[in-house]
Design a protein around this ligand. Structure first.
Ligand code: SF4
Length: 457
């Protein structure tokens, strides 16, 4: 199938796969979810339409992740299953993109030779050309090592009409020893503020009410920007600019790095009513020894001082965090330090991970210090049980109060319930059958679990 579409040059002349259906499987973080929205936009430009049912699809894009434990095993397991899917029709095409493709291009090709296109994180805009080339010449792999242009004129296809991700920065300049991001996503590159503002204005015109600003390290946004010979704006100034955009009613951001959190950013969160009073502040470990081995750039004391600063400036803040259990060299005393911080900080939510070595990371070479699985499992359970108690306590504070909720979708389990989130990011199950999806409305919270709130109108 030949086509004259050159996405990278923004010359979209005519759709060439009119009537084809595509399906996208996304693993990993919000950055990947947003990339998948952009890939959907590219496929739509080529005349295809999205199918939720993989069996109806002609083209399947697997957007991979390598960050978390078992991600590789999961990927190759998935690709093994997809061999059968592919063999059911000679017209089907399978594409693998995302971080695993960027990092392990040869491995993907070797372990799943039935994949038609292996494409890197920096060149997804090229996907249609590569698809065409694979149809003419057979399986193809293309990975560019550097980001050439982070602006794109492709319109992402969003799952929701009123909530959208906006990338403000890609890459990361840190070197956490457990993390593969710097090697697969490259150094930090901030988008130009005018492009971000224009994108958000357009989203607002389309009816979007809530945006989530995305970056690997959002609060170092702008460090690489020079405008009129000045370094500007930094993240806080960007927040003020975005806050002025009419129609946008709620602004979130993720992920910030504790060491780069500035007081001025917290003052902005506190002062600007549209910025959600929700802060994600990844802890990873509470032990100074482990934090140093992770190259996190802070110790327990500094981390706790950030927690105090956040709570002083935003008293009603909802905090969330990431914790890795069983990092190489962690002993019971180190883990006790993590528990100490968890008890002190009282996070509303923790994303917990058991350490597993990621090939290509520094920590993968710490094999002489790997922690035995049963220790990791025991500590993980301890953390989970403690956090459930803390979350229950934190969620209880909303019972009896009125909260503003963005109604997102009907519950999958109960047709009489709608789900959405309040300002702090907590999930709400709302008893209602009214047509209020997409609206920001006041709800009365009448019950709380450690995982969600229950409310009525
Ligand atoms: S700050 Fe650390 S964990 Fe986060 S993306 Fe950068 S290297 Fe990875």
């Amino acid at each position: 199938m030949k086509t004259s579409i050159h996405i990278e040059n923004k010359l979209i002349s005519k759709p060439s796969r009119l009537g084809f259906k595509y399906h996208i499987k996304t693993f990993g973080c919000q950055m990947n979810e947003h990339d998948s929205e952009k890939i959907a936009g590219i496929f739509n430009s080529d005349g295809m339409s999205k199918s939720e049912d993989i069996d109806q699809a002609d083209i399947l894009f697997v957007n991979t992740c390598t960050i978390r434990e078992n991600a590789d095993d999961k990927l190759y397991g998935t690709l093994g299953h997809l061999k059968k899917w592919k063999e059911q029709s000679s017209d089907r095409r399978l594409i693998v993109g995302g971080c695993a493709a960027q990092k392990d291009k040869e491995l993907v090709r070797d372990r799943a030779p039935w994949v038609d296109v292996v494409i890197g994180t920096h060149n997804t805009n090229d996907v249609i050309n590569l698809l065409n080339q694979s149809e003419d010449w057979g399986p193809i792999t293309k990975i560019v090592e550097e980001t050439l242009d982070i602006e794109t004129e492709i319109l992402p296809v969003r799952e929701s009409g009123f909530s959208a991700f906006v990338t403000i920065q890609i890459g990361c300049n840190n070197s956490c020893t457990f993390c593969i991001v710097p090697s697969v996503r490259g150094v930090e590159i901030s988008r130009r503020p005018s492009d971000i503002i224009n994108e958000i204005k357009n989203l607002s015109n389309e009816g979007v009410k809530e945006i989530t600003l995305l970056g690997q390290n959002v609060n170092s946004y702008g460090r690489d920007l020079m405008i009129d010979n000045k370094r500007s704006p930094y993240f806080t100034q960007l927040l003020y600019k975005i806050h002025e955009i009419d129609g946008i009613e709620r602004i979130r951001f993720t992920s910030p790095h504790p060491k780069d959190f500035k007081e001025e950013t917290l003052i902005a969160v506190s002062d600007l009513p549209k910025i959600a009073n929700q802060i994600h502040i990844p802890l990873q470990s509470g032990s100074d020894k482990i934090l140093s081995s992770m190259h996190r750039g802070y110790n327990q004391k500094k981390y706790l001082s950030k927690i105090d600063m956040i709570k002083n400036i935003i008293p009603d803040v909802s905090l969330s965090s990431d914790v890795i259990v069983g990092f190489p060299g962690e002993d019971d005393a180190d883990f006790d330090e993590t528990m100490k911080v968890v008890d002190y900080a009282e996070f509303d939510l923790i994303y917990m991970f058991k350490f597993s070595p990621r090939p290509g990371t520094v920590a993968a070479d710490y094999s002489d210090k790997f922690v035995e699985k049963h220790f990791i499992d025991t500590r993980f359970m301890r953390l989970k049980e403690e956090q459930i108690k803390i979350s229950q306590n934190r969620y209880n504070r909303f019972v009896g109060s009125t909260q503003q909720m963005l109604v997102e979708k009907p519950s999958k389990k109960d047709p009489n319930v709608l789900t959405g989130r309040i300002e702090g990011g907590h999930i709400v199950h709302l008893e209602s059958t009214q047509n209020i999806i997409g609206q920001l409305i006041d709800v009365k919270v009448y019950d709380a679990t450690p995982f969600f709130l229950k409310a009525t109108l």
